[in-house]
Design a protein. Structure first.
Length: 167
């Protein structure tokens, strides 16, 4: 299923933790290529403090080689709550990609972003094959689950219904 991308066009891949970085970057590149748009990788302070700069650079370069048509930029946000940063980023992008949350802190950030997002939100599922350089890039089929308000959160192949796609 194709991802609708809002009018601003870019895909923002928000990395909250080191464990989810591979999945989020992989999915972000795949969706950006599918729509012929740029990818912006947004690294939150928590992940930036743990993930060495060289490791992040290697990760992005590895996926950029698989998706040479996708322009990519990277930024790190420190000192500001991740939910605020990601909600603000959703105002400037066409699709926000986050990892499925694990643990109370990630779940809290994810729910706050889901409530405040101004663009479709796509959830990058963990690659069962382990991802990495040997993993095949691209999203996999997923399913939607309603939140408390009855809205649906997208999985790696779906986005919020009712959003206008870009032609």
């Amino acid at each position: 299923m194709a991802h609708p991308i809002e009018d601003s066009g870019t895909v923002t891949a928000g990395i909250l933790t080191v464990d989810s970085a591979e999945d989020v970057v992989r999915h972000g590149f795949a969706v950006a290529q599918d729509h012929g748009v740029a990818l912006h990788v947004l690294l939150m302070e928590q992940a930036a403090n743990v993930l060495p700069t060289g490791e992040l650079t290697d990760l992005i370069e590895r996926w950029a080689e698989k998706y040479p048509q996708v322009p990519v930029t990277v930024s790190v946000r420190a000192g500001i709550d991740a939910a605020i940063v990601l909600a603000a980023a959703s105002r400037r992008c066409g699709l926000l990609v986050l990892a499925a949350p694990h643990g109370a802190r990630e779940t809290g950030v994810f729910r706050a972003v889901r409530r405040r997002a101004r663009c479709p939100l796509s959830v990058a599922k963990a690659d069962p094959g382990g991802g990495g350089a040997a993993g095949e890039p691209g999203g996999r089929a997923g399913r939607q689950a309603p939140d408390r308000r009855g809205r649906r959160t997208a999985t790696s192949s779906e986005v919020h219904p009712g959003r206008s796609p870009v032609s």
